[in-house]
Design a binder for this molecule. Structure first.
Ligand code: CA
Length: 230
């Protein structure tokens, strides 16, 4: 059922049965207003005019590929905030999809479980809501995103702007490993040419400032960092 809080979701996919499967499951979950497009060009146009809360974007599309659509949307200041979840049949493309090059927010590989897709979408939308002012917390750490303030056990601590963004990103994506490259992209920005070891240095300083509460940030050897789920 559509309620005032229903979220508009745009599905860009050329396979009719995939659209049907996603539509059916989004309807079942409730809280979504669904719009669809069956090629890259019309998907891009709909994304620009409808400004959905989230886009499910297939990789292989007629007229314009999903990656091209993603790249255009993520470089346009009026659409770059819209989360994009890529659908892909090619596991080897994943690094490029979520990495520096295209900036998608998440991905699922085909064939996918509709339930998992719904859970991922709900998680992405929750992260988006938290960005708009709600406090975030992790253990003893509380983040006030609007004021750029962080406290541990109620006591304010002073973080640099990079440390703040790093912590906020990890908290917003809790439970999932964040690769160094991806953190560089998110925290330092697209143009960054900084070495990935910079991430390690900043995480170390961040942990020091957080003290014991910093234990929630786990190192995932060979990959990056993850904020432990409570
Ligand atoms: Ca396709």
């Amino acid at each position: 059922m559509d309620t005032p809080s229903s979220k508009p979701v745009l599905i860009v996919e050329d396979e009719r049965d995939v659209i049907d499967l996603l539509t059916l499951n989004l309807r079942k979950a409730g809280g979504f207003i669904i719009s669809t497009a069956s090629d890259g060009v019309s998907g891009l146009n709909k994304a620009r005019t409808e400004k959905p809360a989230l886009i499910i974007l297939d990789l292989m599309l007629p007229k314009m590929t999903g990656l091209e659509v993603c790249k255009v949307l993520k470089t346009d200041p009026t659409t770059r905030h819209i989360p994009i979840m890529m659908l892909t049949a090619k596991a080897e493309e994943i690094d490029r999809i979520v990495g520096l090059e295209f900036g998608a927010d998440d991905y699922v590989t085909k064939p996918f479980s509709p339930r998992e897709v719904i859970l991922r979408i709900q998680a992405i939308l929750r992260r988006g809501e938290a960005k708009e002012g709600e406090h975030l917390s992790a253990g003893a750490i509380t983040i006030d995103p609007a004021r750029h303030q962080v406290s541990v056990g109620g006591k304010r601590i002073s973080l640099t702007s990079i440390e703040f963004k790093l912590l906020r990103t990890l908290v917003q994506r809790r439970g999932r490993v964040q690769e160094r490259d991806r953190l560089l992209n998110e925290v330092w920005g697209y143009e960054s040419i900084i070495d990935t070891r910079t991430v390690d240095t900043h995480v170390r300083r961040l942990r020091e400032k957080l003290g014991k509460a910093g234990d929630v940030i786990e190192t995932v050897r060979g990959f990056g960092y993850r904020l432990r789920e409570d």
